[in-house]
Structure formats: structure tokens, C-alpha cells
Design a protein around this ligand. Structure first.
Ligand code: SAM
Length: 330
């Protein structure tokens, strides 16, 4: 039994066509997670026959499910009709299943089952998902690193809510003399460390297990502070507080770099943005897609100047915002 590998690129789906595809893909991923198929593929390569034996699938179903998992990018072929799970997909499948099950409640109560803007929620969700998130960011991270490295070469970088550290690692590849501090919650930081070690840059990183809102950060210590995919987790008042306290850790002339999804960036696909915003509602208490004007306001209040916006031509459609601390305090 073998599963066929798709040979043509996926066509863009719209309307009911899209709904049918999305529903089937989500159902397949949820079923694969619930029946232990993602777990089996995560532990090592398996072919359809192995899924029949190990997960109790029928001979008819096993190759069909493998085919779908490969087609939606959840599994990759490794030869001999065997497949391996894409890194982090097992936890993502679990998260999608829980999100789908919890959405009706959230829509009425406004209270997510797991709120990733709380410490306990973040520590529950992120250890298993930041790897996948980091891989998703690879293209954007390479482009952001090119921008950041071309402006001024930083010596010391603080990566706030580092996760799998995609932004720092992309800079580390470009700037061999740069040193990094990766800050994340204690339960998440072990995964950060593993990813950085796997990338071969552990000696250039310091790992800081702390809460970004209360961490005792050194004053005027960093040339560059990165806040990647963090601001959308929090409401405006939390972001104001966060950016103000991070500014104090910048050296005069230093740069604050925010990477996030902006609603008005380059006519971002409406469907993508709507789904993303609903997803944030389902997994945060008050997270949202903030407009550019909000970031401009927070950065100005933190006395940062020369705000620049770079819409990265990537999927997902990320924007890099940079702002500088003046050489002399105002
Ligand atoms: C959406 S992930 C982004 C990870 C990474 N920066 C990226 O772009 O792939 C948010 C990260 O912020 C971390 N985080 C959330 N709340 C935090 C807090 N209060 N203090 C420190 N880290 C936090 C999470 O653990 C997670 O790694």
C-alpha cells in the first residue's frame, strides 16, 4: 500500500470550494491526531500498512489518510511509501481539535479554554507548538534579518518571547559576532534552548527564564530588542507597558523591532486575516490584530523615533516595524 504524492501545486480555493477543502483537511488532521496517526508518524516513518497495524485503520483508509496528510503539508514522504510527521504537527493537530471543540463556548462566553496571553496558558500551549511556529517563520525571519543587519550591526540582542527563536537565529546566521539573550517563560525556554542548540548557536545565546512583564531587565544593555509575534497576544494597555519597559533596556541609538500581522498590510487576504483574528479570539483573553496606527502611538509614547514599516512578502504576511531610541534622551 502506498500513498500518492501530489505532483501539481494546490489551486487557490474560494467560496464553498474552499469550505469543503478546509473542513475535510481539518477533520482529517483532527482524526489523525485522535487515532494516534500523528503520534505514530512523529515517532518514526510509517507506511499505510504500519498505520493499519499500529492505529487500527482499515486497509482502504490508511493510504487515503496518508495522502491527505502529505497533501496538506502535515507529513512528508521519506521513500518506500513511508511518511514522517512534520515537526510540531502532532501538537498543532491537538490544538486545532481543542480550538474547534471549544469555539462555541468562546463565542458565547469570551473565555478561551486555554488563554495563551496568561502565563499558565502560554506554558501549556507553547512548549509543543513553538517549533512549528518557528519553522513557519523561517522565510520571514531571513528577510527581517536582511533588513535589520543592513541598518546597523547590533552587538547585543534581546529576543522577547523568543519561542523557537526564529528571528534571532536568522540574525545569528548573518552576524557571527552578535550575541543573543532569548527570554521566554520557564516552561517554554527548554524548547528554545533545544532549538538553538540544534541550529549550532548555543554558545552565542544566553537563556533568560522570565515573564516579560515583570523581568528585571538591565538598563541600556541591548542594541536590538526583538518582539516577534507577541503584541497580538495582548491588548493595547499591556502592549504600551511592554514596549515602554523594553525601551529602557535599549542602548541610546538602539532599535526596537516588532514582527507581527497588521490588518492593513498590503491588502492582506481578507479570508486569512479573518480566520487569524478569530483564532486569536479563541486562544487569548484580549489578543487582537492591532493596526499600524496603534503601534505608532505606543512607540511614540515610549519615546522611540524614526518608525519604519517593512511589509515582508511572505506567507504568513508579516510586517517588520522598527523604531529607534534617540542617541540622547529627550
Ligand atoms: C506566538 S509565540 C512567538 C514565538 C516567537 N517569537 C516567534 O515569532 O515564533 C509567543 C511567545 O511568547 C512567549 N510568552 C508569552 N507570554 C509571555 C510572558 N508573559 N513572558 C515571557 N514570554 C511569554 C510564549 O511562551 C511564546 O514563546
Amino acid at each position: 500500500m502506498t500513498a500518492a504524492v501530489p505532483s501539481s501545486p494546490p489551486r487557490p480555493a474560494t467560496g464553498s470550494d474552499f469550505l469543503a477543502e478546509a473542513a475535510t483537511a481539518t477533520a482529517a488532521l483532527a482524526a489523525a491526531e485522535r487515532l494516534g496517526v500523528l503520534d505514530r508518524l512523529d515517532r518514526g516513518p510509517a507506511d499505510a500498512a504500519a498505520l493499519v497495524t499500529d492505529c487500527g485503520l482499515t486497509c482502504r483508509a490508511a493510504p487515503l489518510l496518508l495522502d491527505v496528510l502529505a497533501a496538506v503539508g502535515a507529513a512528508t514522504p521519506v521513500g518506500d511509501g513511508s511518511y514522517r510527521a512534520v515537526r510540531g504537527i502532532r501538537r498543532l493537530g491537538e490544538m486545532l481539535r481543542l480550538t474547534a471543540a471549544g469555539l462555541p463556548d468562546v463565542l458565547r462566553s469570551g473565555v478561551p479554554a486555554v488563554a495563551t496571553d496568561t502565563r499558565s496558558g502560554a506554558e501549556q500551549l507553547y512548549p509543543g507548538t513553538i517549533d512549528h511556529l518557528g519553522a513557519l517563520m523561517a522565510d520571514a525571519a531571513a528577510q527581517a534579518a536582511a533588513h535589520l543587519a543592513s541598518a546597523a550591526v547590533p552587538g547585543a540582542v534581546l529576543d522577547v518571547g523568543a519561542g523557537a527563536a526564529p528571528w534571532s537565529l536568522a540574525l545569528a546566521h548573518r552576524l557571527p559576532r552578535c550575541r543573543f539573550t532569548a527570554l521566554d517563560l520557564p516552561a517554554v525556554l527548554a524548547t528554545t534552548r533545544t532549538t538553538v542548540e540544534a541550529a549550532g548557536h548555543a554558545t552565542r545565546f544566553t537563556f533568560l527564564a522570565a515573564d516579560m512583564f515583570t523581568a528585571d531587565l538591565p538598563t541600556a544593555a541591548y542594541d536590538l530588542v526583538i518582539v516577534g509575534n507577541v503584541c497580538h497576544l495582548f491588548d493595547p494597555s499591556a502592549n504600551r507597558r511592554l514596549l515602554a519597559r523594553l525601551t529602557r533596556t535599549l542602548r541610546p541609538g538602539g532599535t526596537l523591532a516588532i514582527l507581527d500581522i497588521l490588518p492593513d498590510s498590503r491588502g492582506t487576504d481578507r479570508r486569512w486575516l479573518a480566520l487569524y483574528a478569530l483564532g486569536l479570539h479563541a486562544r487569548t483573553t484580549s489578543g487582537q490584530v492591532h493596526p499600524y496606527a496603534a503601534y505608532q502611538e505606543w512607540l511614540a509614547e515610549a519615546f522611540l523615533v524614526s518608525v519604519r514599516r517593512h511589509d515582508l512578502p511572505t506567507t504568513p504576511p508579516l510586517t517588520l516595524l522598527t523604531a529607534h531610541l534617540p542617541d540622547r534622551a529627550p
